[in-house]
Ligand binder design. Structure first.
Ligand SMILES: Cc1cc2nc3c(=O)[nH]c(=O)nc-3n(C[C@H](O)[C@H](O)[C@H](O)COP(=O)(O)OP(=O)(O)OC[C@H]3O[C@@H](n4cnc5c(N)ncnc54)[C@H](O)[C@@H]3O)c2cc1C
Length: 399
């Protein structure tokens, strides 16, 4: 990896320039570079993988599809305990592992190594400020004053894509919530993640505890409002979190969680938006690694096809929609319903699911990544839809 300043001067036109050295940008870079095209990845920070802004939970399916190696895996979990605002617990689990907790810094560095092995050049400490589409290239203006030229730009800036927004405006603005997380010493059950619901703890989203193994856990939340204050309150006052008697805070970090799903449009002439920048994040959970990387692979293949002259960049829209649009629609529907419920209503919904003994069915049929089937089946249950009447009245449900 090169420090940007000297090495960017006088560079030729790249076939593809990737703005952002996160997992999605690096995936695009690898896919395009492995076809023999010249690729530059420009990352504003001095080191790949830092600063950290992720809880690192990925389904086992996702871990396999993304090729996450064992040295990046800190822990494996079998299920989740979901606490209602009234602290009733719904436990969903399997005999086998369902998810892994990853070391994001290591994972990003691993993805960078793979991209470099395929020939991509990574420039660190270089921030792209603005983009401009010309006839046959895109100009990328770096903060240092240089202009980089590329035939295609993959914007992988993350949840807040400033350079793309400066050039493309509101069309690429996303619905995001601030998140904040601490890594703490903790003697918790390493087999289960925990989710804490309720306006009091994390309005419009939720709080979580993710065991990393080795006596460490990540406790965090995303919500509307002051995330640090809400996290402080959760750590001090939530009855379940307090029972864990968490120890010293080892690290703390923040970031933005995309909750509105993919952008209406993800390709603009020679610019393609991938990962969080394109909104490829599950609106129900804020998890962006699996969909982000899977769709970035598609984007990389489409870009390579475009450079070879055999496909259009717009093919990317069609590809991701074919595979995942329905999933995103259902997850957005569930999120709309959940945020429209008061704590009292949420208590009733969780109580119903527990009372009807649906936990076992959810454990068997539920899927962390592909949630559409479970959501639509659940929402068809008559008593549940009655409980969700408020959301129905607000027009969130089509019946
Ligand atoms: C608190 C929190 C917890 C999360 N937990 C999970 C989880 O448990 N599981 C999960 O799957 N997902 C989780 N996510 C989401 C996940 O982190 C993202 O979906 C994922 O990182 C997206 O990858 P990306 O490559 O699109 O963007 P990022 O990882 O955000 O990478 C973008 C990169 O671009 C760089 N950059 C930005 N602008 C510029 C510029 N103009 N010029 C140069 N470089 C630039 C940034 O420095 C950054 O390195 C969480 C997010 C947050 C905030």
């Amino acid at each position: 990896m090169d420090k940007a300043s000297a090495s960017l001067e006088g560079t030729a036109i790249y076939d593809c320039l990737v703005v952002g050295g996160g997992p999605c940008g690096l995936t695009v870079a690898r896919k395009v570079a492995e076809k023999g095209f010249s690729v530059a990845v420009v990352e504003e920070h001095g080191e790949i993988g830092l600063p950290l802004h992720c809880a690192g939970l990925v389904s086992c399916y996702g871990a396999r599809e993304l090729g996450i190696p064992s040295h990046c895996i800190l822990n494996r979990v079998r299920g989740a305990r979901i606490y209602s605002p009234g602290v009733e617990v719904l436990e969903v689990c399997r005999e086998e592992d369902v998810a892994v907790v990853v070391d994001r810094e290591r994972l990003d560095k691993y993805f960078a190594k793979l991209a470099e092995r395929c020939g991509a050049q990574i420039f660190l400490g270089c921030k792209i400020e603005d983009l401009a589409v010309k006839e046959a290239t895109v100009s990328c203006l770096a903060a240092q004053g240089e202009t980089l030229e590329a035939r295609v730009v993959a914007d992988a800036e993350g949840a807040v894509s400033r350079a793309a927004e400066r050039f493309l405006g509101k069309a690429v603005a996303k619905e995001v919530l601030p998140g904040f997380q601490v890594e703490v010493e903790a003697a918790v059950d390493d087999d289960f993640v925990e989710v804490y619901l309720g306006e009091k703890w994390a309005p419009r989203f939720f709080a979580w505890l993710i065991p990393c193994g080795g006596g460490v856990a990540r406790v965090g939340l995303a919500c509307e409002g002051d995330t640090r204050q809400f996290l402080g309150k959760l750590l001090e006052k939530h009855p379940v979190v307090r029972r864990h008697r968490l120890g010293k805070v080892l690290k703390s970090f923040g970031g933005f969680v995309v909750v509105g799903g993919p952008l209406k449009r993800t390709v603009f002439e020679r610019i393609i938006l991938v990962g969080d920048a394109g909104g490829f994040v599950k609106p129900t959970t804020g998890g962006g690694l699996v969909y982000g990387v899977l769709t970035s692979k598609m984007a990389g293949e489409v870009i390579a096809g475009f450079l070879e002259g055999v496909s259009k960049l717009e093919d990317f829209e069609q590809l991701w929609r074919q595979s995942y649009e329905q999933e995103f629609k259902e997850m957005k529907r569930l999120r709309r319903i959940l945020v429209s419920l008061s704590d009292k209503e949420l208590n009733k919904v969780l109580h119903y699911i527990i009372e009807e003994r649906l936990a076992e069915w959810i454990s068997r049929t539920g899927d962390m990544d592909f949630q559409a089937k479970l959501i639509s089946t659940l929402l068809r249950r008559p008593r549940l839809s009655l409980l969700l009447a408020k959301a129905v009245l607000k027009g969130a449900l089509p019946f």
